[in-house]
Design a protein around this ligand. Structure first.
Ligand code: P6P
Length: 335
């Protein structure tokens, strides 16, 4: 019988990948796993308890905050605070972010976490998969000094770890520390994330394209031409492709990571910088996609090399199977 390997065991085992590591990153990943289990419990019963509906407040973008968004944000921040390894949390739900250095054990913490606590939350009440996306950086300033903008706005290539949790038909945690991508499925009977998808690789080519075609008329011409290309009959290139779009980034990305595909959220006339956020959606997902052998670009530059200008910055995103991303770039270049 195949031996069971929990997330905790795996993290410790992989700690030897980082000779300088003294366990802080391992403990930080453990803390995120704990919060994920707590959020999972509430997501799974969201339809049963009065946890849906808006808090009445709105988040920094004027969107109604659903109670589960707020709950997830609170759980991850609390777990990071109690764990003592994180000095600052940048969250979609927090306009300025949360500094933890004055919280006792976190004052010597070396890591910064950017997080989308519950991405795709508009899907909660229709029971469609939602997710958490996280990105981890090492602080640049010295412990004990004040945190700087340089600490908080680092390029994606400086991530030390990134991952997502998908609360779907099963709950999975998928992460990378720059040495490949591994997936863990939550076994509710023992309350542990167990290694289920070791060394995940995205197929070089696929036949799924994921884009909100409701925005078609507002897309750049190159994206319109690519969508038409996907819809043309051509047995030699496995077309027409299949359109699959859930509207929950983690769910769309996870499916394409497993089966191959391309996810496109381009700039539009209404959203000239795109909709997805760089620091806690695109950078962590781009790190995972590249580590799995795929490609992640805005259409003009590698996502992981973007110099961030502000915490909630938006960027266009074309992510997934390398050959498919390159085909989108071909159409963008031609147009
Ligand atoms: P649209 C969810 O709100 C989200 O941030 C991502 O999870 C998702 O990919 C995207 O927005 C969906 O946006 O405009 O297609 O509904």
């Amino acid at each position: 019988m195949k031996s069971l390997k929990t997330l905790g065991q795996f993290i410790i085992e992989k700690q030897t990948d980082f000779p300088y590591a003294k366990g802080e990153l391992s403990r930080l990943l453990r803390d995120i796993g704990i919060a994920a289990k707590i959020v999972n419990r509430e997501v799974n019963k969201a339809g049963l308890v009065d946890i849906l509906g808006t808090v009445g407040d709105t988040n920094v973008f004027g969107e109604n905050q659903k109670k589960l968004d707020v709950y997830a944000d609170e759980q991850f921040i609390a777990a990071l605070k109690d764990g003592g390894e994180c000095c600052f949390v940048a969250s979609e739900e927090q306009e300025e972010g949360v500094e933890l250095t004055d919280a006792g054990i976190s004052k010597n913490a070396k890591y910064i976490v950017c997080i989308d606590p519950l991405d795709g939350s508009s899907n909660i009440e229709v029971n469609v998969s939602v997710g958490t996306i996280f990105s981890i950086y090492r602080r640049i300033s010295q412990v004990g000094e004040a945190l700087t903008q340089e600490d908080l706005l680092q390029t994606g290539v400086r991530q030390v770890a990134a991952g997502y949790i998908i609360y779907g038909s099963s709950t999975m945690l998928v992460y990378t520390t720059g040495k490949g991508v591994n997936g863990f499925t939550l076994d509710p009977s023992i309350g542990e994330f167990c290694l289920s998808h070791p060394n995940m690789k995205i197929p070089q080519q696929g036949h799924i394209y994921s884009v909100n075609e409701g925005n078609y008329l507002k897309f750049p011409q190159g994206v319109k031409n690519y969508i038409k290309y996907c819809q043309e009959e051509d047995a030699a290139t496995n077309r027409p492709y299949t359109s699959r779009y859930i509207g929950s980034m983690v769910a769309d990305i996870h499916r394409n990571l497993l089966l191959g595909g391309v996810f496109i959220y381009p700039q539009t006339a209404l959203q000239p910088k795109g909709k997805l956020r760089l620091m806690y959606e695109c950078n962590p997902i781009a790190f995972i996609i590249e580590q799995a052998g795929g490609k992640a670009t805005t259409g003009t530059e590698r996502i992981l090399e973007i110099e961030p200008e502000e915490l909630h910055q938006r960027v266009p995103a074309i992510l997934g199977s390398t050959d498919m991303v390159n085909k989108v770039l071909e159409f963008l270049d031609k147009s």
